[in-house]
Design a protein around this ligand. Sequence first.
Ligand code: FAD
Length: 307
Amino acid sequence: PFDVLVVGGGPAGAAAAIYAARKGIRTGIVAERFGGQVMDTLGIENFISVTATEGPKLVRSLEEHVRTYEVDIMNQQRAKALATVDGLHEVTLESGAKLKAKALILATGARWREMKVPGEEQYKTKGVAFCPHCDGPLFKGKRVAVIGGGNSGVEAAIDLAGIVAHVTLLEFDSQLRADAVLVTKLKSLANVTILTQAQTTEVTGDGNKVNGLVYKDRTTGETHRLALEGIFVQIGLLPNTDWLRGTVELTQRGEVIVGHHGETSVPGIFAAGDVTTVPYKQIIIAMGEGAKASLGAFDHLIRSSVQ
Ligand code: FAD
């Protein structure tokens, strides 16, 4: 068996694999797509010490770094089930193969929920954005919309209002679902418009970038057009944990619950990055968490009796 098997090849998984391999223990990493969300990212300006880079470029460096060590890389392999028998953890891949490990690090990340309306896919990274901490500054002085009136949407709108010229927040329901203190703060901002009962039906653009959106007023049934330069979709982040149901403890939203050492509810199974309860889903945070979970796994191994 592997001493440490990492499932997921994004920043969290890559960091975990490197930290494990540097202990001289048998390390494997299995990933559906090495690089994870970073592969879908155009500009990255908040990876500290690197002024500006691009997703695929950062992924190349990640892979190069992992390959410096003796890590068994199994790319384009999807894990579909997890079982623990006699203290050994067994991951079953979609291909049918089974991998055994003394310690496991779950780093399968998450994906942003999308509106699934015309134009959204076409204008991703061309005005359609999902991460205000990442892309907010790109819209300095411009007009943006935030889709979603939950905590993340309202937080994003408050955050963006300090950077952009104007924010329109669109909520499908008749009222915002965010905490009252956030809603009060949002309502106090002069450059924010709140639209409830507003169903976004289309993202429009000029072929190169976003120039607006169309929404339906659900009370009147009328459609309206908003002219703007950016759209932040904040309708949920979905952790990739469907394959873990009934194993490690998850929150209602499906995030893996972790402690201070990255440990989950099952001894010997650790987790890191966007898949976990750790707040603020960012590359630099995922990497730090990956390193931490890996050290947690190593500590577990040196104390464990499984040979
Ligand atoms: P992920 O990057 O999601 O990686 C998950 C890994 O697990 C992938 O390799 C995936 O293929 C694999 N996987 C999933 N399910 C399975 C399975 N069942 N079996 C095997 N493998 C599986 N953050 C920033 O800090 N700065 C930015 O500028 C920035 N911009 C972003 C722009 C976009 C468009 C997006 C989508 C995200 C952006 N983020 C940014 C967020 C950042 O990408 C994530 O926080 C980070 O990638 C999380 O790392 P992770 O390793 O936890 O998960």
